[in-house]
Design a protein around this ligand. Structure first.
Ligand code: MRU
Length: 366
């Protein structure tokens, strides 16, 4: 895509949309990337649930947007005009969608926001409440775009401060916290896209993507979207990050997060805490990019964040022509880990960059 504008790039990879007829949620099926860019339509609650569970749509903010659209579309099909009957149907679908994945708080945040809209509109006719739910889901989407753009501007400020004339700026990221994971700019990749909007060329910056075992979000998604955007990109296996840091290639680390606890501990894709520990060893700034919808002040610390455990076959079989582990072997497959707040240089939010003590500075998210 090298010669196309950044806006054309976004148009191609915007991951979640409400269909113009408002009868489906249209997503890029991320399980098919990078081989195929295919949009699929989700019309039923089961299809929305399955798409989130199977990571056809993934990344904390994108899951929230998809769930909000999915709820608006599916409750629109409820037939009763009686508020109590409508609300019972709404709750059932909401609780069902909430059971798809446990770690990213944006899912619950978006669904709760939709419920709040229903309750504050309870005196209106049900048909009008249904319209308000579409408006609310669209607002969640457009707010995410504005929020991640702000995160991009704050992160770009850090990039400018570290950039040396005549030398590319080396950034390492883990998992995919880019366009595919949000409504538009991404979180961890928002500063990079913002740099392009401000006139940096794709070779002023060099993004090193961790492959991100076991589901390869780095290899399949981050490497895909950055190279589509014309950014100099290198892919490495997760266990190669330390060597890059030792060689002095990494100036800055940006990662996303699925939930920020009240003390500043964060959950992000499995392997993130290892990156943070390495960063501390090599003295490399480690920043977490988080919209305030990802901050969960009701969760005191990382120990209280539910960690999703996934199917062992993702480790032993998924990417191999034949199974690559002995049958019956015990397999550990957590989808996320906790990075202790002591390892985090700063948390980049839409309202500014937060530093320790996070238990105080995170209050801005309230
Ligand atoms: O399992 P995934 O692919 O949904 O995990 C995604 C991540 O861990 C992202 O880093 C996180 O959601 C932040 S996305 C902006």
């Amino acid at each position: 895509m090298i010669n196309n504008s950044i806006e054309e790039f976004f148009e191609q990879v915007i991951t979640v949309k409400l269909s113009p007829q408002r009868d489906s949620v249209d997503i890029i099926d991320q399980t098919l990337l990078p081989g195929k860019i295919k949009r699929i339509s989700l019309r039923t609650k089961e299809e929305v649930w399955e798409a989130i569970k199977k990571l056809r749509v993934r990344g904390a903010p994108a899951i929230g947007v998809c769930a909000a659209f999915g709820l608006a579309v599916t409750v629109n099909g409820l037939t009763s005009d009686d508020f109590e009957a409508f609300f019972a149907g709404f709750k059932e679908i909401k609780d069902y969608l909430a059971s798809s994945r446990p770690t990213a708080v944006n899912l619950f945040w978006a669904l709760n926001r939709m419920e709040k809209k229903v309750l504050e509109s309870k005196d209106l006719p049900v048909a009008q409440i249904k319209e308000l739910l579409f408006d609310e889901a669209l607002a969640i989407q457009s707010e995410d775009i504005a929020i991640s753009h702000n995160i991009g501007e704050f992160g770009f400020g850090l990039m400018k401060a570290l950039k040396k004339e005549g030398r590319e700026l080396g950034i390492l990221t883990h998992c995919n916290a880019g366009t595919l994971a949000t409504a538009k700019y991404g979180t961890a990749l928002a500063p990079v896209y913002t740099a392009l909007e401000h006139g940096w060329s794709g070779s002023d910056v060099h993004v090193y993507c961790d492959e991100t075992r076991p589901l390869l979000q780095g290899a399949r998604l981050t490497a895909f979207e950055l190279s589509q955007a014309g950014v100099t990109t290198t892919l490495q296996c997760d266990n190669m990050a330390s060597m890059l840091m030792k060689q002095g290639k990494i100036d800055l680390i940006f990662v996303g997060t699925d939930r920020v606890a009240a003390n500043g501990d964060i959950a992000n894709k499995i392997g993130t805490s290892g990156v943070a520990i390495l960063a501390k060893h090599y003295g490399i700034p480690f920043y977490v990019c988080a919209p305030s919808s990802t901050v969960d002040l009701d969760t005191p610390s990382g120990a209280d964040i539910p960690i999703e455990m996934r199917d062992p076959s993702e480790v032993a079989e998924l990417w191999y022509r034949e199974r690559m582990a002995p049958g019956g072997i015990d397999i550990f497959n957590p989808a996320f880990d906790i990075t202790d707040h002591e390892l985090i240089t700063g948390i980049i939010t839409e309202r500014g960059i937060l530093y320790e003590p996070f238990s105080k500075t995170l209050e801005i998210a309230r």
